[in-house]
Design a protein around this ligand. Structure first.
Ligand code: NAP
Length: 678
């Protein structure tokens, strides 16, 4: 078999391994399959290349343009994912394990592509807050904005997700506009390298957007500065060592850490034998032990169940685990593949020996088990090992030692407070789950334990058909956790992008803030369009274009007609005495919706034109009641423009409705879709 020479991708070129080569072995056969080595790599040059080539090209684009590239990349990889599956077997992964890694990574790109277009502007500045009025007359205002860091992101990943681990960090980084240097864990870097080669071949992202180190990271961390960020995933020990780097500390380099975690799952007191929740708990617990051979940072390590349920649960789990085929991951019959390396297997065996002092083994003998289709002595195979801890209160190791393989421990609890206290003994976790059909149990655990977890996952008979699984980090939801789990946060939708951006408070006049954010700020100079803005196409309209309408009197007859016509005969519109008794109204008042309708009648341009549809209305507020005889008029201002499809974009308008004293009576944001050309 040819030994793969894993290249680094540095400064736009593929660089062969050199110097001290690190041999990589197949997890399944133990054969030497690849070499990695990064001696002699110009780490300073890689940082400079990212900052001088990648960063400027990425920042030249808007959030939407980068989001579109993420989608294109996802589709490109999706079409070629079979090439990645073929290599993934050698990491010990079954096809379904590979899908978690490869399809999961591609799916993460897709979600960020879609969220980037829906939740971020088609511009270069992300507005993080509403405008703050900082002065009495409104000539000095403030707003929080986010702009991309001007440096490089260094992504250091763990061995267990060679593709997802890279893509879940790259998606938010590239969407933010920050180039990345990826350093995968060496043991499975052959799969990451293959994926980066595809990404390079796609030509979708500009040069310098991503680079790859196959092998050690040398003095890379010593080259970083205050505009750079390190995002690390791996063990707590490595995280501590890396985050203590004097250069990182001295220069205030951002450091995100996703570490190991003693995740727990609790079975509610309500979930007796025969309930759907009992079955669900068994299913989820077994899946978490066996998927990826238990090498998931989110896997359930501690199962905390009512004391009376210990025996029946152990029986139910053993019944499911017993028939599971361990073996060659490329066989369709195999449920549990190999661990990623012999070192990893040795590490799990060592951790099992430590746990053995506090736990009884209920199922799975690491010294004697059957392996199908592969040599059990050469591959890094282990059976699922189910442990029981008889005294979880006095035990220490079971709450602190992570055996990163198919290992999980059952322990009993007396009441919900006890269950939450045991969960919290993990010292901070990525995810805690509770299988219960009792909302009170869910609430009690949340109050006692949420502060110790990055994610809480509740499941029961109502959600189980569609639930995504205890161990699945979703791009929409936060992945990370306090304390032991690293104190970091990734994903969580656009929250994840913010790690790669600087939040800045900007203060100034409304015109200055409008120019910076490209969104009209109240108090900015008005632009008078040459014709009604609804006759103008998307591309012709400028932010700040404003029209003031004629005025219209609101009569008692209008109010009565509207009440009869719509059926809204609420007393404030119909009964003077009752309205007067209400602290909000001086007497009968116009319906708020009548005012909106009249405002539309005042500002609308009736003929067919570029405005295609009114798609919504945001932030509606009524500030002052309108009484019969008042005269209202409206101001319509183009506030924000966002390109949506190839034919039209969205324009948001500020609409403010005034009475005859120029007092504001209503304000809202009107959403329209407008064609690019007439
Ligand atoms: P690890 O040994 O801590 O390694 C993690 C990464 O750090 C690898 O890329 C490794 O590279 C690199 N590294 C090690 N020493 C370094 C150094 N001196 N300078 C720069 N980089 C260095 O962890 P692992 O064994 O790959 O992963 C297993 C652990 O990760 C488990 O504890 C698991 O719980 C945790 N994990 C956490 C998450 C999460 O999201 N929280 C996800 C997955 C895994 P080399 O491989 O080249 O040494």
């Amino acid at each position: 078999m040819t030994i793969l020479e894993l290249h680094s991708f540095a400064k736009g070129k593929w660089v062969a391994p050199a110097g001290n080569l690190r041999p990589i072995h197949s997890a399944v056969t133990g054969e030497h399959i690849a070499n990695a080595g990064s001696d002699g790599l110009d780490f300073q040059g890689m940082v400079d290349f990212a900052i001088s080539a990648g960063g400027p090209s990425l920042r030249e684009m808007t959030f939407h343009q980068r989001a579109k590239k993420l989608k294109a990349l996802a589709l490109y990889l999706q079409e070629r994912r079979d090439q990645l599956y073929a290599l993934s077997y050698m990491t010990g992964a079954t096809l379904s394990d590979s899908k978690i890694d490869i399809d999961g990574g591609i799916g993460t790109l897709m979600v960020f592509a879609s969220k980037g277009r829906r939740e971020m502007p088609d511009g270069k500045v992300f507005l993080d807050s509403e405008v703050e009025q900082l002065s009495r007359k409104g000539s000095f205002v403030g707003q929080h904005i986010c702009t991309p860091l001007l440096g490089v992101a260094v992504h250091i990943n763990a061995f267990n997700f060679p593709v997802w681990g890279m893509l879940e960090k790259l998606a938010p980084s590239l969407l933010a506009g920050v180039p990345a240097i990826v350093k995968p864990a060496t043991a499975t870097s052959f799969l990451t390298e293959a994926c980066v080669r595809l990404m390079d071949q796609s030509g979708i992202f500009p040069a310098g957007s991503f680079q790859l180190i196959s092998g050690g990271s040398g003095d890379l961390l010593d080259q970083l500065g205050a505009q750079d960020i390190v995002s690390f995933t791996g063990s707590a020990d490595t995280a501590l060592m890396l985050r203590s780097n004097p250069n990182l500390l001295g220069r205030g380099v951002r450091f995100l850490a996703e570490q190991d975690s003693l995740n727990a799952s609790v079975l509610g007191l309500d979930a007796g034998i025969g309930t759907p929740e009992f079955e669900l708990f068994v299913k989820e617990a077994v899946r978490e032990m066996t998927a990826k051979a238990g090498q998931k940072c989110t896997a359930i390590r501690r199962m905390i169940v009512p004391e009376a349920m210990l025996e029946p649960l152990a029986e139910a789990m053993v019944a499911k685990l017993e028939g599971m085929v361990i073996g060659d991951p490329s066989l369709a019959t195999t449920r549990i593949g190999a661990l990623a390396s012999a070192e990893q297997k040795a590490d799990v065996l060592a951790k099992l020996a430590i746990l053995g002092a506090e736990c009884t083994r209920i199922h799975g003998d690491p010294q004697s088990f059957r392996v199908d289709g592969a040599d059990g002595d050469k591959g890094a195979f282990l059976p699922p090992v189910l442990l029981r801890c008889n005294d979880p209160d006095t035990s220490e190791m079971v709450h602190s030692i992570e055996a990163f393989g198919p290992v999980s421990t059952l322990m009993g609890y007396r009441d919900i407070d006890h269950a939450a206290a045991l969960m919290n003994r993990g010292g901070g976790s990525l995810v805690g789950s509770v299988i219960t059909n009792d909302p009170e149990v869910a609430r009690a655990i949340t109050m006692a334990s949420a502060a110790w977890h990055g994610r809480l996952y509740f499941n029961n008979r109502h959600s189980m058909a569609e639930s995504t699984g205890h161990g699945s980090p979703l791009p929409h939801m936060i992945h990370g956790g306090p304390g032991r789990a690293g104190g970091g946060e990734e994903l969580g939708g656009i929250r994840g992008v913010m790690h790669y951006m600087q939040r800045t408070a900007v203060q100034g006049s409304p015109d200055i803030l409008t120019a910076i954010g490209d969104v009209w700020v109240r108090g900015s100079a008005e632009i008078t369009p040459p014709e009604h803005p609804f006759r103008r196409s998307f591309d012709e309209i400028s932010i700040g274009e404003t029209i003031h309408t004629d005025s219209r009197e609101v009569t008692l007859a209008d109010i009565e007609h509207f009440a009869r016509f719509t059926g809204d005969t609420f007393y404030a519109h119909m009964d003077d005495a009752a309205a007067c008794a209400n602290p909000f109204f001086p007497g009968r008042v116009a319906h708020g919706y009548l005012l909106l309708s009249f405002a539309a009648g005042l500002f609308v341009e009736p003929s067919p034109g570029p405005v295609l549809a009114n798609t919504g209305l945001n932030s509606l507020s009524f500030q002052k009641p309108v009484v019969p005889g008042d005269k209202i008029h409206a101001r319509l201002t183009a506030k924000r423009k966002t390109r949506r499809t190839d034919e039209y974009g969205e324009i948001r308008w500020n609409v403010t409705v005034y009475n005859q004293q120029n007092e504001e009576v209503a304000e809202y944001e009107l959403l329209t879709m407008v064609a690019y050309s007439r």
